[in-house]
Structures are given as structure tokens and as C-alpha cells.
Design a protein around this ligand. Structure first.
Ligand code: SAH
Length: 671
């Protein structure tokens, strides 16, 4: 069997599909999977166990045999819980082959092979009957098929099918019910992830404002969920406009309908403001009474002491199609629309309520193209006026009235800024069609005729490319710059003139969990899973750094930040590797979970934009990160705890290597 895996190629700026053979065995998928995070989710595991025990008891009290169907068994955890709780037999269904294989091993190791049958199929392919996968229908349905949006992983169609074909009528379900909650807020910060705000440009002849076209203003955006660690959003970044209300519930013990539908609730504005965002999360009741409840509610809704950190379930941010002013005491109607896999929202004023016939169920489709080009963090970055100011200041320094500029970046506003700063007259509604030419050519196939035989005097880049995953993938700018060398004037200005890679050793508050072994989970030995993840992490590129937006994942610095490599864009990409060796002294006590790396772009000699650490905020070493960018995280395979090393000031030594042939950076650390 052949597998195709998508990879970004930083030397071409393109996505490429690599064909992997049988021995590949989904290492990247396993190394980056959420299984470890789920196994570390104590709150979830304890409550599932309680719910499963209660369901098995209820069935036994009725004098029936307890036959369990566990859909999406993963490591086999929930089936093992059921078997321990006294279930007579469990059918553990898992579609992902490497996981089904792991489940077989884990079940065997824990001594449940006679009670649990692992079925490597999608649940909709499972057969019931004397010759089927299952001897008979189950009377307990256990699943954990939820994502942050609840239904994004296909829970509804899976339940719908299971009730029709795989479980008995009146079965017990763990969880028994899920409930989705919403709260209306105003937030300039979150709204900036979905709309382009006017950009102010201070030019010599006064302030100019770049406005977005009306198609963009009125565009409903894209339906993909925006899931974040809402607990990292300070309360000063949003204004609550309504109480928390229940949007809808799903009872998993009864037949479930997955067909598109909508739900409507009435809300009273508790404050005047602009309704822009619907914040949403869910909880699950593990039993019918609702006493065993596992909730994703954020910090302002429940006491912080009760917060369980997890990354596999977070909270959702939904953008209303347009902002709507509401006044305190006013009643508004919020409608949630859903199809099988996703949700979206619409707000209506009370007076428009008669218009109930409007059950528009199509999901939002971007009409302006911008939402297809820019993801949410990119919108936020473009709306960051401080960042824009750095570009403006540096453009002012390098631009001349007769400059011929070439900008290489995806969906960049730099050409517009450059034009405004050089423009003689005030241009009103961004009519720039004849001033800015979009070249539909890749840098390497650029010809003199594209450039009307002119030489480029200013080469610009943010740089930003949509295919970049890790910070240094934007070095594609360097490759593009190299490819256009023949078109550059001898005194060309390249902006940014260079980039530098920075690194720091950190202790994560929580993120370490996603890549750390679990050992036992609620008394079950899951080391097979730990070994499998470790094996995959050591497989080729998976061993390298991974991208994470660190504003969502608190950490403290254990070393000073250090510049480790520089890339000079005034020159072409070198033939040889760039490497650096050195050491980072551990200045603070703590657990060295890994190294964080980020890029800084030096626009001119004295103006830089930083995509990583913005500040170490206190003597404890708490870090503040650029809120629009992902940083690279390299998890150490073994953690050193400097709390236990009292005498020696410990250090971490590193070797870092940039290979110009692949555009990748590899690294090695010794603790
Ligand atoms: N039950 C485990 C793992 C949950 S992750 C635990 O609680 O720890 C969800 C798993 O379900 C994934 O491994 C995924 O591959 C699998 N899955 C999702 N939908 C499925 C379906 N309809 N049939 C079979 N497996 C499914």
C-alpha cells in the first residue's frame, strides 16, 4: 500500500506530495497525534471511567448482559475501563490501522484479550450477526469522537448509523448527552482575525487610509472552525455582551439525526456594545443524572482551580457575518446552523423575529477571496498597526520616487503601502490597478518583459508565504531573491536585508504533555502507545521542531534568548550549509522541556520585526510571544530538572544546521 503525505518545500514555496511506502506506517501522523494529550487528560479519563461503571451497573441491575460497543477505541482505553467495570464483552472499533494494531497489543498486555475484540474498520462498515464482526447488537455505546466543535470529527453521522445498525433500542450511552453553550462578545482582537481594518499610513503629505473593498467588508468568511485556548485570552481583550446560554443538546442514548438543522435562542444584551463574536464550548454528561460532568467552560465561567488543561478539546470562536450594535436590555435572537460536521451563527434583532421562515442552512462561503488567502492569524498580523508602522518606517527610508519595486510575499499589503508612500497625489478608494502590477509568474520564471525591461531597485518581502509551517520556511524569500538576481539593479535594496534565528530553552506550563509518555492511565498500562509515539518521533523529519502558537501555551524561559544563525538576503543563498554550535546557560530553575526557535527580520539596519519572543515579563521568566505567529518547538527526548542539580550551573549545548538544498533546519541538543 502506498501513502501520500503532504509536505511544504521551503526552497520552492510549494506544497509537495511525497509517496511513502509500507515501512512509513504513518509516523508523522502518530508523532503529531493527540493520543498522548488525551491519555494525560485526567479529568476526562476519570469521568469516562465513572460514567462507564455507572452504565455497566445499570445494565446489570436490569439483569442483562453488558455488551459494549466502543467506537474509535484508539488505545483501547474505554473498552478496558468497561471490561474492568464488569462488562461481559466489548467490541472496540478503530478505523486507523496503526492504532487498531496498538489497541490489540495494549488489550493483550493488560489481560483483556478474552473480553475485548478490536475491529479495524470504520464503524459504518461493521456487520452484526452470527458471521458478523459483532455477534449481536450492543446495549452500551461508548465513544469519544468529539473535537473542539463537538461534531467536527463526524460524531453525528457515526451515532446516527450506530443507533440504526449496531446498538439496541434503549441502550445506555457514555457520554449520555452533550450540550453546546454560547456567549456573545465584542472583541477588537478576535474581530481582527476575520476582517481587514483600515490601515493608516503616515506619508509626507499627510495621513492616508487604506480601506478594504466592500466585498470584503460584507464577506461571511469561511466555515472552518476557529479553535483556541480561550483560557489564554485575557478578559481585557473582550467585552461580554450576554450571559452564557445553552444553544442545543444531543442525547446520545436515543437515535441521533445528523441532517442539517438550526437552533434559535433569545438573548438579552447585558451590556451595550458591538456584537461580533460568539464564543462557544460544550460539556458532556457521562450519566443521565448529569452528576458526572466534563466541561470545556473557560476560566470566567468556572473556578480556575477546576480547569483541566487539554489541547484536544479547546473552545470555539465564531465570527458573526457582520457586527451588530446591541444596547443593554435589548433582546436579540441568535441562530446556530449546523450541517453534519460544522456550525455557524447568525444574529437577528428581536424586531426581525417574524422572519422565521429564514432557515438559511448553507454554510458561509468566502466571496472576497481574502479569507481563502489569509488564515485567522494572518488577518490578525495584517491588522497589527504597530507591525505595519515598522514596515512603513523602513519603506520611507528606502523608497525613492523612481523606485522600481518587486514584492515577493503571499497576499501582502506591502505593494500598497509602498505605493502610497511614494505617491504624489492622494488616491481615494485604493484605485491602484494601474500603479501595482500583479505578476502571475514564479520568481524563477520572471522575465525582463514582465518587468518592462526595468531593473528592480527595491526588492520587498514581509516575508510571508502561506505554505510556511515552521518559522524558517519563510526563507523561501531568500530562494526567490536568488532566482531573480539577474533582474536586480547593482545597487538594489533588499528589504528585509537579513533575518536571524533565535533560540531559548523553556519550561512549559502544560504543552509538554502532548509529547510526553504516559506510562499508566487510570491503572491501565499504555506503554505500548508511548513506545509507538517515541518510535514515530524518531522517524526522519518528525524528529524536528514542530510549530505552535506560543501565546496560547504559557512557558517560562530557563535561558536567555540567543541568536544562533543569520541569513543575509543581500547575498544569494549559499551553496554550503550554515551551522552553529554553542551552549545556552540555564539561568533559572525548572524543567527543560525543549527549545523554542523563531525568526527576526531586519527590515533595515535598525528596524526589525520579531515573530517570536516579545518580552520576558517578570523575574519568574514568564514569556510573551508574538500573537500572530507560530514558533518552532523542539521537545527534548529527556527532560532535565535543574531543581535537582543544585551545585553545577547546567547548560544545554546545541548544533544547528541550515541545509540550503532542502531549506530545512535540523538541530541536536545535549543536556
Ligand atoms: N477512545 C480513545 C481514543 C479517542 S480518539 C480514548 O478515549 O482515549 C478517536 C478515535 O476514533 C481515533 O483513533 C479515530 O481514528 C477513531 N474514529 C473516529 N471515528 C470513527 C469511526 N466512525 N469508526 C471507527 N473509528 C473511528
Amino acid at each position: 500500500m502506498k501513502t501520500f503525505c503532504g509536505r511544504a518545500n521551503p526552497t520552492t514555496g510549494a506544497m509537495e506530495w511525497l509517496e511513502e511506502d509500507e515501512s512509513y506506517d504513518y509516523h508523522q501522523e502518530i508523532a503529531r497525534s493527540r493520543y498522548a494529550d488525551m491519555l494525560h487528560d485526567k479529568d476526562r479519563n476519570v469521568k469516562y471511567y465513572q460514567g462507564i461503571r455507572a452504565a455497566v451497573s445499570r445494565v446489570k441491575e436490569r439483569g442483562e448482559k453488558a455488551i459494549v460497543l466502543d467506537i474509535g477505541t484508539g488505545t483501547g482505553l474505554l473498552s478496558m475501563m468497561a471490561a474492568s467495570a464488569g462488562a461481559d464483552f466489548c467490541y472496540a472499533v478503530e478505523v486507523f490501522r496503526p492504532m487498531a494494531n496498538a489497541a490489540v497489543k495494549i488489550v493483550e498486555k493488560n489481560g483483556f484479550s478474552d473480553k475485548i475484540k478490536v475491529i479495524n474498520k470504520h464503524s459504518t462498515e461493521v456487520t452484526v450477526g452470527p458471521d458478523g464482526d459483532m455477534q449481536c447488537r450492543a446495549n452500551i455505546l461508548v465513544t469519544e469522537l468529539f473535537d473542539t466543535e463537538l461534531i467536527g470529527e463526524g460524531a453525528l453521522p457515526t451515532y446516527e448509523h450506530a443507533h440504526k445498525h449496531l446498538v439496541q433500542e434503549g441502550c445506555e450511552a457514555v457520554p449520555h448527552r452533550a450540550t453546546v453553550y454560547v456567549q456573545l462578545v465584542e472583541s477588537r482582537r478576535m474581530w481582527s482575525w476575520n476582517k481587514l481594518f483600515p490601515v493608516r499610513v503616515e506619508a509626507e503629505d499627510g495621513e492616508k487610509i487604506i480601506v478594504s473593498p466592500s466585498e470584503m467588508e460584507n464577506c461571511p468568511g469561511v466555515p472552518s472552525v476557529c479553535d483556541i485556548q480561550l483560557n489564554q485570552m485575557p478578559s481585557s481583550d473582550f467585552t461580554i455582551l450576554s450571559d452564557v446560554v445553552t444553544m442545543f443538546s444531543v442525547d446520545f442514548s436515543k437515535p441521533v439525526r445528523s441532517a442539517s438543522t438550526c437552533y434559535r435562542v433569545q438573548l438579552e444584551a447585558i451590556k451595550s456594545g458591538k456584537a461580533q463574536i460568539v464564543l462557544s464550548w460544550w460539556d458532556i454528561d457521562m450519566d443521565p443524572s448529569g452528576k458526572i460532568n466534563c466541561t470545556m467552560a473557560p476560566y470566567w465561567v468556572k473556578p480556575t482551580s477546576a480547569l483541566q488543561w487539554r489541547d484536544h478539546w479547546m473552545q470555539c470562536v465564531y465570527f458573526l457575518p457582520n457586527e451588530e450594535a446591541v444596547s443593554q436590555g435589548e433582546n436579540v435572537y441568535l441562530t446556530a446552523y449546523r450541517d453534519e460536521y460544522s456550525l455557524w451563527y447568525k444574529l437577528q434583532k428581536a424586531r426581525e423575529e417574524e422572519n422565521k421562515a429564514d432557515v438559511r442552512v448553507e454554510s458561509p462561503v468566502c466571496r472576497c477571496q481574502a479569507h481563502l488567502l489569509w488564515n485567522r492569524p494572518r488577518f490578525g498580523e495584517l491588522n497589527d498597526q504597530n507591525r505595519t508602522c515598522q514596515y512603513i518606517k523602513s519603506l520611507v527610508k528606502v523608497l525613492k520616487t523612481d523606485s522600481v519595486c518587486l514584492c515577493i510575499s503571499d497576499g501582502s499589503l506591502l505593494p500598497v503601502l509602498a505605493h502610497y508612500l511614494g505617491a504624489k497625489q492622494f488616491l481615494k478608494a485604493n484605485h491602484l490597478e494601474d500603479k501595482i502590477k500583479i505578476l502571475e509568474a514564479r520568481p524563477e520564471s520572471l522575465t525582463s518583459s514582465h518587468l518592462e525591461d526595468k531593473k528592480i531597485s527595491v526588492l520587498l518581502g514581509e516575508p510571508f508565504f502561506t505554505t510556511s509551517l515552521l518559522p524558517w520556511h519563510n526563507l523561501y524569500f531568500w530562494y526567490a531573491r536568488t532566482a531573480v538576481t539577474m533582474h536586480l539593479a547593482s545597487d538594489v535594496t533588499v528589504l528585509p536585508q537579513s533575518a536571524s534565528l533565535h533560540m531559548m530553552i523553556v519550561e512549559f506550563q502544560d504543552l509538554w504533555r502532548i509529547r510526553s509518555p504516559c506510562g499508566t492511565c487510570e491503572g491501565f498500562d499504555v506503554r505500548t502507545m508511548d513506545d509507538m509515539i517515541k518510535n514515530s518521533l524518531n522517524f526522519r523529519e518528525s524528529k524536528e521542531a514542530e510549530p505552535h502558537p506560543l501565546w496560547e501555551y504559557p512557558c517560562k524561559s530557563l535561558s536567555d534568548p540567543q541568536e544562533v544563525l543569520t541569513f543575509d538576503f543581500r547575498r544569494t543563498v549559499p551553496q554550503h550549509c550554515l551551522s552553529a554550535e554553542g551552549s545556552l546557560n540555564l539561568l533559572r530553575k525548572g524543567k527543560s522541556h525543549g527549545a523554542v526557535l523563531w525568526m527576526e527580520y531586519h527590515l533595515t539596519a535598525d528596524i526589525s520585526v520579531n515573530t517570536g519572543l516579545t518580552q520576558i515579563s517578570n523575574d519568574k521568566g514568564n514569556c510573551e510571544w508574538n500573537p500572530h505567529c507560530k514558533q518552532a518547538v523542539y521537545f527534548f527526548s529527556s527532560v532535565i530538572d535543574s531543581e535537582t542539580q543544585t551545585d553545577l550551573p547546567s547548560a544545554v549545548t546545541y548544533t544547528i544546521n541550515f541545509d540550503p538544498k532542502t531549506g530545512e533546519i535540523t538541530m541536536d541538543f545535549k543536556l
